[in-house]
Unconditional design. Structure first.
Length: 726
């Protein structure tokens, strides 16, 4: 660690008006030096106790893939309790059982849709009139052949269509418009003004609290702390080890550590090697992409009366993308930073920034000029003729940087990204060049390990010419621009000869493994066994959602071996959660595939839709590859625009809605049944007699009366809940 910068250092570079003045200063300084030194030392000691020290000013000295810092968080009991998020509880959470309020039930998918589509007056709740109107609207939309009846297939298809993200804006008949315009994929946007992502869409909010932080002997008091993450948070919620965001600056403006004010502690619960994110960010940086730096931290926890110096585990420590990041990478703290969440980035949504705000989620204050730049780029992508687009795309997009970003993203086959659901990246708008640059984020599923999409073979051989999974107009148009194509292929060829060499990556794995092995062992002997296997190149069953022991400590338990409470194997759902190859095994095959594609020997493989295998890719009419529990009728792409077999919410919720709506059990639902049940739901769910349903009542009611688990897990043969869920 670097020492705090001395106050008198600034004198070394000061140029006085004359030698006499400097001598006078020197004489006076000689008399006051001891007092100054003593006062400075005392001031720094007080600063460390009350507010924390600056801890130096060099982020490069702090972030290194083999650095392991010791980090200790101390919470008052009330602050620790207040940090626990509300919403989305149950098996993916810490309280309640299947079907309980806010658990892994329909509310996580559909409660936001009820409100977004039914709340006509935008007051954040549903009146009885609005609720009934929503029911009538849905029945009319789902009854596509106007028969006056819905069977289960129509209900499945209707739910998938209803719960798809909203259409992109495109005037009727205008070139580039898409009449059916719905975006594939799950709704991953939160409510207006809230954070985006799966957890937010489920109604989970992360309160910030205060704690004291000790970091390698430096003390920072009143640091803001909150949980963070989406899939990783849902996977680890039953344990003590959850991802965290720390803000040193929140309660002490100007306070920094090595020039940074925020720290991201990522739990690595999805990655048995603890290396996917660290190595991937390093590759992006080596490729010339502005990517976060990383290190590691052993995290300890103290809560009076509950935990004393409790070892939570080994975390990856990831640099925050903010104004400090921009100053270091781009030479200016100005400029706008956006974190888009949309499967169709940079498509026209109209002329009003309000339609774009939640989708692009600015992380810095933005001006009208900056938001207008987003809208201009969206219109260029959506409507420009090919020749006009090719001539002007470079006026908006830093083509060389984007070529580097896409080359690494594609080589790593990281499909939980712009290539798939449209998340886990940031965009920086430079204040001088006015160009957009892309920044990677959340790379725990890199190296082809996003097992919710495609087969292992498809991810290893992912096409370098069309690596995206569904219609993404931005990528489709940019990849057809000759100037970009030349840059992209040149970067892919260059990196294949240099940073992507398998032997080089093998050595990186071994170097990091040597640095973090003891910290992994301290967390759990079982996790060390898994760690050693993946470091050697052997695939292991995923933890949490995907099998094996849960990682971390239950909030109500102390350390000591593995704790119960995980999900067991995800052998249901057609057995698609098969263990992916770890880094060493993946890079060998991927390197050969990319070289063969560059040489014209292979076209690679494409992955269609957000779902394993894509349509028709597996056993039965759907696309999930067969596994030990595979059965007929496997679904296709997840939430895509396909038919009723799509692996979307309708797959799970269709049988549940059918069971609830079909009151006479004749396997069809009439308009009268639909309306009657909606009326009953409203009366039951709005139990406070106020005549309105708020978000909490809506979620509780949906999970009570539309539980996925009433009468057994829906879906028939081959579909089953993860073992040990109940």
């Amino acid at each position: 660690m670097h020492e705090p910068k001395r106050i008198w250092d600034r004198w070394n570079c000061a140029s006085g008006p004359s030698v006499r003045v400097r001598k006078t200063v020197a004489v006076l300084g000689a008399g006051l030096f001891a007092l100054l030194l003593l006062g400075t030392g005392m001031a720094l000691m007080n600063l460390a106790g009350a507010h924390g020290t600056t801890g130096g000013s060099n982020p490069r000295a702090f972030f290194d893939p083999t650095n392991i810092w010791v980090l200790h968080l101390r919470f008052a009991p009330d602050q620790w309790a207040a940090m626990e998020p509300k919403g989305g509880m149950g098996p993916f959470g810490g309280r309640g059982g299947p079907g309980g309020p806010g658990g892994f039930g329909p509310a996580m998918f559909i409660a936001p849709v009820f409100l977004n589509q039914g709340d006509a007056n935008h007051d954040g709740q549903l009146s009885q009139k609005e609720f009934q109107a929503l029911g009538q609207k849905w029945f009319g939309a789902w009854d596509t052949n106007r028969s006056g009846k819905l069977n289960e297939e129509k209900i499945r298809a209707g739910l998938n269509a209803t719960m798809a993200p909203p259409p992109s804006f495109s005037p009727p008949g205008e070139k580039g418009g898409r009449p059916n315009g719905r975006m594939p994929g799950m709704m991953l946007q939160g409510a207006e003004g809230k954070r985006n992502g799966l957890a937010s869409a489920m109604g989970i909010d992360f309160p910030s609290v205060q704690a004291d932080l000790d970091l390698n002997g430096l003390t920072y008091q009143n640091v803001s702390v909150r949980y963070k993450g989406n899939g990783t948070f849902m996977q680890s919620r039953q344990s003590l080890k959850r991802s965290l965001k720390l803000d040193l600056n929140d309660h002490a403006p100007g306070r920094k550590l090595h020039g940074i004010s925020k720290l991201n502690l990522h739990s690595c619960v999805t990655d048995a090697s603890w290396m996917n994110e660290v190595l991937s960010h390093q590759l992006f940086r080596e490729a010339g992409v502005p990517a976060p730096r990383t290190a590691y931290a052993r995290v300890y926890l103290s809560v009076a009366g509950k935990y004393t110096n409790e070892y939570v585990g080994l975390y990856s420590l990831v640099e925050n993308v903010d104004n400090n990041f921009a100053r270091d990478r781009f030479g200016t703290a100005k400029g706008a930073i956006f974190k888009p969440v949309t499967p169709r980035p940079f498509e026209d949504l109209g002329n009003d920034w309000a339609a774009y705000r939640q989708t692009y989620d600015p992380k810095t204050p933005v001006s009208n000029e900056e938001t207008g730049r987003i809208i201009e780029f969206c219109k260029l992508i959506s409507h420009a003729e090919d020749a006009v687009f090719a001539a002007h795309v470079g006026d908006y997009l830093d083509l060389d940087e984007f070529a580097r970003f896409m080359a690494v993203t594609t080589w790593l086959s990281t499909l939980d990204s712009i290539l798939g659901p449209g998340q886990n990246f940031l965009v920086y708008l430079h204040p001088k060049t006015k160009l957009f640059q892309f920044i990677p984020w959340d790379l725990d599923h890199s190296f082809g390990q996003f097992t919710l999409t495609g087969t292992q073979q498809q991810r290893e051989n992912l096409s370098i010419e069309k690596p995206w999974q569904h219609e993404i107009r931005l990528l489709d148009r940019v990849f057809k621009v000759p100037a970009f194509q030349r840059l992209y292929r040149a970067r892919m060829e260059e990196f294949s000869r240099t940073i992507f060499q398998p032997d080089r990556l093998h050595r990186r794995v071994d170097e990091i493994a040597a640095a973090i092995r003891s910290a992994v062992e301290e967390e759990s002997p079982d996790l060390l066994t898994r760690f050693e296997r993946v470091v050697s190149g052997e695939a292991v069953e995923p933890t949490g959602f995907g099998g094996g022991p849960p990682r971390g400590i239950s909030p109500d338990q102390k350390a000591g071996g593995q704790r119960p409470g995980g999900f067991g194997g995800f052998g249901g759902f057609g057995g698609f959660m098969q263990p992916p190859k770890p880094i060493k095994g993946f890079v060998e095959v991927r390197a050969k595939s990319v070289l063969d594609q560059l040489a014209g020997k292979s076209k690679g493989e494409t992955v269609s839709g957000f779902g394993p295998g894509g349509p028709g890719g597996g056993r039965g009419p759907g696309g999930i590859p067969g596994g030990p529990n595979a059965g007929p009728g496997g679904p296709g792409g997840f939430g895509g625009p396909g038919g009723p077999a799509g692996f979307g919410p309708g797959m799970f919720l269709g049988p549940v809605f059918m069971r609830a709506l079909d009151t006479d059990k004749d396997k069809v639902v009439t308009a009268s049944e639909f309306s009657t049940v909606f009326e009953q739901w409203f009366r039951s769910w709005s139990g406070d007699g106020k005549g309105h349903l708020n978000d909490e009542q809506l979620r509780a009611g949906i999970d009570k009366d539309l539980s996925l688990f009433r009468g057994g897990f829906p879906g028939g043969p081959g579909i089953g809940p993860p073992p040990g869920m109940f």
